[in-house]
Design a protein around this ligand. Sequence first.
Ligand SMILES: *Cc1c(COP(=O)(O)O)cnc(C)c1O
Length: 399
Amino acid sequence: MSASLEQTLAKGLAERQQQQLYRQRRTVASAQGAEIVVDGQRCLNFCSNDYLGLANHPKLIEAARLAADSYGVGSGASHLVCGHSTEHHALEEELAELTGRSRALLFSTGYMANLGAITALVGKGDFVFEDKLNHASLIDGGLLSGARFQRFLHNDVDALDKRLSRCADEGRKLVVVDGVFSMDGDIAPLPELAATCAKHDAWLMVDDAHGLGVLGGSGAGCADQYHLDQQQLPILMATLGKGLGSSGAFIAGSDELIETLIQFSRSYIYTTAMPPMVAAATRASIKLLSTESWRRGYLADLIAFFRRGAEQLGLDIMPSSTAIQPLLIGDAGKAMAYSRALQQRGFWVGAIRPPTVAAGSARLRITLTAAHSEEQVEQLLLALAEVAAADGRGELDHA
Ligand SMILES: *Cc1c(COP(=O)(O)O)cnc(C)c1O
């Protein structure tokens, strides 16, 4: 007799639980911010990607409200049918200007932008090269494309160079990396990658989900920080739901790139456009990058403050200069125990486990934002030291 759907699934779930990899959601009853209410408990939030503290900014709320008055809520259809509003169009123009690219194209999510761009650019007979630590959406896009898929050692430009040298002349070559690696916080060696791509006639695509708004003199992200123009970095992707505090994503580049995506990118074509009010809120957020540029400087100071404190306390903070400051734990169960102990003390810090990161490299993913005060960061540091000490005495609840 064959097992029922539920029996089969229950077995997989039990296995997941046994491996300490079971994932559970917690319910938030407030807006994003340094303090949030989760499962009825007020706590300090150190796990959001709202790096600039804009997700609940009055200007974004006002822009969304005004746009809702004119456009309603739903966009009604995909961009190619009747869902492409003047708010979307203006946002695309502003994103192109911000990033110094000819054009930009909005997608409803970053996951879809990556899937849609990679599959529109390469296919059977082509090559795609990805950093081992790339975000899941980039990996999935590479696999789905049907191109020959190779992963190279993290940030190892020589390894990439060798792989590019070995591959046949025919076929397109696409190199894809995260600008800031989402679970490690380190930055890709973009100038070297761009030079290597130029040498081998390969196209470079960078996912700047964690750099946009935060990095670079004007907040335009990693391309801005390294002064990489459209020729050096022809395919620039970033998301709007992190530093910019709204939702959605875009690809920026040449007119030919954008037209190609409009024609061939299935996750662009076959999906409903984001609500115009979200586009309007994002436009407000772009304005704040210059009118409240102090947020970037303040965040940088807070990162330095956290790192100094962590080093003084002897915490095993990974090397990162960005708002993502992971504390390596190793064992998945122990990472969960750390997260629970912090939760009991009123802090929300996410434990990141396989398969999101490699086996044996589970970690606390601590994120800092411009909404945090130095006092709140100080409180986190003390709590981390307390929990680490409890772990050292073998007192951490290992449920
Ligand atoms: C968050 C993230 C995405 C996905 O973006 P969404 O808009 O949340 O779908 C893609 N790439 C990276 C590196 C990310 O961190």
